[in-house]
Design a protein around this ligand. Structure first.
Ligand code: GLC
Length: 422
């Protein structure tokens, strides 16, 4: 049996994953909450299942794009809140295997992900809007029981029929009236029993915290959050507007490549992962706005991945954290052992100056090209100057400088704030 930190090894090594929201809601082109936010009754939603025709290579396209983006894992919505399963299930007829394309999209996805060397993640929504017992447990107690039983059965199918699954991301564990907190959720979904079953079938799996139980991962949405020390954390975020996980035809607020790379670096700086979401089109193909952005992140990562994979916190911090405005303004620092990675979003030109450096730097170079830089360091003042940087940024988004220190780099205390004046 692996320990917690052993199970999370690949996750920390990765730091970057791609989230894919795809389902019947995709066909409506207004996001994955449409059924509920427009109160479309199941009988009026059902016809979409017969129109569901993802392109033959859709899953392969998601996975090769994720691979080119530099992601090390991928997470697909196997069933979202609308209740349509993208897999063959003995417990539902409302599936892509029985309707529309009559294909097990989850199987295609798992095979494609493995082909691309990606770890495989399943998103699964506990709630299913088609069940009145979810909304009104007292009025429909039998329906509620049927829902919970069906959820347990489907999770067992997902954990049994597709080989090794690396990550299980529950969602939709909250109660419809949003009352009662996690204890009520755990009780409603019988989450302890559910996760015990999952772990007996998939002993190495990583499970998120959305069944009400803490399990392995925190999963903040739309913000970058630092990991709690020793704990797995994954910030999930939309690539466009923050309401749009599923395909949304008119999607404002596409994030720029710089914003995406900043999010990734900020997550890595806090020992957390970045799960970046795309919402493929009705035909399953990925829209150009998403392809271009993922490709840009991938191009940057190819040259700079040492700053990201397996990153640790660095005391030299840099300016990306809220409130830290007084030092190392060019950008955040990440670290691996004694090596610091200064990720410069605001490129300083030929000389980069860091202050309060409490550990001697030995050598420095541009990470992408290996070009050596001159290092000047004053151990008393704590000022480090890196000279000989190209006049223009080596990379238009973020130029990374790798600095090897004598020991794990530490921040130098500044007991006399006036010292630099004399
Ligand atoms: C939310 C939303 C959902 C989305 C998910 C992504 O909980 O309900 O639509 O799939 O977050 O993490």
């Amino acid at each position: 049996m692996k320990s917690y930190s052993e199970r999370l090894e690949w996750f920390h090594a990765a730091r970057f994953g791609i989230y894919v929201h795809y389902g019947l809601y995709t066909l409506l082109e207004r996001g994955e909450w449409t059924m509920y936010s427009e109160r479309i009754a199941p009988q009026n939603y059902d016809y979409l299942a017969d129109m569901f025709q993802p392109a033959v290579n859709a899953a392969q396209e998601w996975c090769s794009l994720a691979q080119r983006a530099g992601a090390k894992y991928i997470v697909l919505t196997t069933r979202h809140h609308e209740g349509f399963s993208l897999f063959d299930s003995a417990y539902s007829d409302f599936t892509s295997a029985k309707r529309g394309c009559k294909r097990d999209i989850v199987r295609e996805y798992v095979e494609a992900a493995r082909n691309e060397g990606l770890k495989v993640g399943f998103y699964y929504s506990l709630l299913d809007w088609r069940y009145p017992g979810y909304f009104n447990e007292k009025k429909y107690p039998e329906n509620k029981e049927a829902l919970v039983q069906y959820v347990h059965n489907q999770v067992r199918e997902l954990m049994s029929n597709y080989g090794k699954i690396d990550l299980l991301e529950y969602d939709g564990g909250w109660m419809a009236d949003l009352q009662g907190g996690v204890e009520r959720q755990i009780d409603f979904w019988r989450s302890r029993e559910l996760n015990r079953m999952v772990r007996s079938l998939q002993p190495d799996i990583i499970i998120n915290n959305r069944s009400g139980l803490e399990e392995d991962l925190d999963t903040p949405e739309q913000v970058i959050t630092q990991a709690r020390p020793g704990r797995g954390c994954e910030s999930c975020m939309c690539i466009g507007d923050s309401c749009c996980w599923g395909y949304t035809r008119f999607n404002p607020n596409w994030k720029t490549p710089v914003q995406l790379i900043q999010h990734l670096v900020n997550a890595a700086q806090g020992e957390a992962n970045y799960l970046l979401n795309i919402g493929p089109q009705p035909d399953g193909r990925v829209r150009i706005e998403e392809v271009e952005r993922l490709q840009a992140v991938g191009d940057w990562l190819k040259d700079n991945e040492k700053a990201i994979r397996n990153s640790q916190r660095c005391e030299l911090i840099g300016s990306s954290l809220p409130g830290v405005v007084d030092l190392n303004l060019q950008g955040p620092w990440t670290r691996r052992g004694k090596i610091g990675y200064w990720c410069m979003f605001r490129y300083p030109g030929s000389t980069a100056t860091a202050v309060k450096v409490g550990t001697r730097p030995l050598r420095a170079r541009l990470l992408a090209t290996g070009q050596e830089l001159q290092v000047e360091y004053n151990a008393i003042s704590g000022k480090m100057m890196l000279k000989g940087l190209p006049d223009l940024p080596q990379n238009p988004y973020c130029t990374v400088v790798e600095v090897e220190f004598e020991d794990i780099p530490q921040l130098q205390a500044e007991p006399d704030l006036a010292a630099w004046l004399v």
